[in-house]
Design a protein around this ligand. Sequence first.
Ligand code: UDP
Length: 255
Amino acid sequence: MSAYSLGSLLHEGKAKRVHATDQPDLVAVEFKDDATAFNALKTAQLVGKGELNCQISALLFELLARQGIPTHYLGLGEGEHGGHWMLVRPVRIVPIEVVIRNLAAGSLCRQMPIEAGTPLEPPLLDLYYKDDGLADPLLTEARLQHLGLLDSSQRQELERLAREVNAALQEVLASVGLILVDFKIELGFTADGQLVVADEISPDTCRLWDRGIADSDDRILDKDRFRRDLGGVVEAYGQVLKRLQGVCPQPEVYR
Ligand code: UDP
C-alpha cells in the first residue's frame, strides 16, 4: 500500500501531467509518451518515452541531491503508478527556462554567427520567458527586471544553481561517454520559499552526444532525433538510461 493516494489533475503540459495527492506537500508527476517539438507544431506518440524520461530524471535528481543541489524530487512511484510516475514537492514554477550551453547548437546557431559545436567557455547561460503563446522569447536583464519575476538575489541564486547543475551533469555524463552540449532546466519555489530545480532532466531537455561516435547525426542521443526525423528516438533514450544506471545509485521508491 502506498503512503498516499492520488487526487485531482492539477496541470497537464506537453510531456507531463501533475496530480494532487491526499497530502498537501506531495504531488505526483506522470510522464507521458507524447513527443512535441517546434512549440508543438510537430507531435507524435513514442511508446516508452515517458518511462525512460521519468527514470533518467529520477537518477539525475538523486545525483544532484547527493551533491547538495536542492530539487523537487522525492522518489519514484510504484505499482500501477510506477514506471512513469514520480513524486515531488509542490513548487511555484518560475516562468523562466534556464538554458546552459557548453557547445553551440540549436537556436544559438540559428540566431547568432556561431558555428555548431563551438566550445563555449565559460558556458553560456540564456534565460527565456516560459510562455508557449509567445514562443518562449529570449529574456534580457532589462526585460527580466521589468517583469519583476525575481529579485536580484533570487536571480543570482538561479544562475548559481544552474551552473552547479551543469557541472554535476557534465561530470556524470562524461563518465559514461556522453557530451552534455546544452540543456534547459526549470526552477520553482517551495512553500517555504526555497528555490529548487524542478520539472525534468532528460534527453527531451538536454542535448547529448555520444563521445565515441564521430558522425554528426549518429552521435545524437536526444530529442534532436525526433526534431530532425533521424529515427531511433526511444532506443537513444534507452541508451542514456542504461549508461546512467551503470554509474548512479538506483532511485528509491517513495514511501
Ligand atoms: N529546450 C527545452 N525546452 C524548450 C526549449 C529548449 O528543453 O522549450 C532545451 C533543448 O532541448 C536544448 C536546450 O534547451 O537542449 C537549448 O535549446 P535551444 O535554445 O537551442 O532551442 P532549440 O534548438 O531546441 O529550438
